[in-house]
Ligand binder design. Structure first.
Ligand SMILES: O=C(O)CCC(=O)C(=O)O
Ligand SMILES: [Fe+2]
Length: 187
């Protein structure tokens, strides 16, 4: 927990599963992902170093709107089945897949996932390991947690981990990809 200040508490609704895919599957996913056309993210006029590709639904970071996007490519369908099983939701409810490419040194800052998405988020990590940090509350009520996301592992954010806690990823040491699946709220 090293550098995080606050009282250590595991967020309710967080689960972690090592080795959701095996090294061969990781290699072929990394090959497929390397060929995707990633887009930049501009938020508050700033361009993030990480880049993204949306399938199923596109999320506009400026207008907070969801619009229909390209269907899930075949290589992500099997992964979605496994992520859905891990989260205990029907695969069809995971309507959006977001592939994020983190070059060395890139981050994602503190946030909660947009309320336009449903109560369960599942993420698969490929490439370099990183930390996933959590925080909630301020001052004496600050609570913190961090988990290492190993390559090939998956995590589920549900319950309070999804709705009350913020999460972030500090600078990744080497290239990392994540594939996160989200439901649409009310679907
Ligand atoms: O890369 C990840 O695993 C997390 C990404 C994330 O928090 C997000 O896209 O909302
Ligand atoms: Fe997030």
């Amino acid at each position: 927990m090293g550098r995080m200040r606050g009282v250590h508490e595991r967020p309710a609704g967080l689960s972690y599963q090592p080795e959701l895919v095996d090294p061969d599957e990781e290699r072929s996913l990394l090959t497929a992902l390397a060929a995707y056309d990633f887009r930049e993210i501009r938020m508050h006029g700033q361009i993030a170093r990480r880049t993204v590709r949306h399938f199923g639904f596109d999320y506009d970071y400026g207008s907070f709107q969801l619009t229909a996007a390209e269907a899930l490519p075949v290589e992500l369908c099997e992964v979605r089945e496994r992520c859905a099983a891990l989260a205990g939701v029907p695969a069809g409810t995971l309507a959006q897949a977001l592939v994020t490419r983190y070059p060395p040194g890139s981050v994602i800052g503190w946030h909660r996932d947009a309320p336009a998405f449903g109560p369960t988020v599942v993420g698969l990590s490929l490439g370099c390991a990183c930390l996933l940090r959590f925080q909630r509350g301020t001052g004496d009520n600050r609570r913190v947690y961090e988990v290492e996301l190993a390559p090939r592992s998956a995590y589920v954010l549900a319950g309070a981990a999804r709705s009350s806690w913020q999460h972030s990823i500090p600078p990744v040491p080497e290239l990392r990809y994540s594939i996160t699946f989200r439901q649409l709220r009310g679907a």
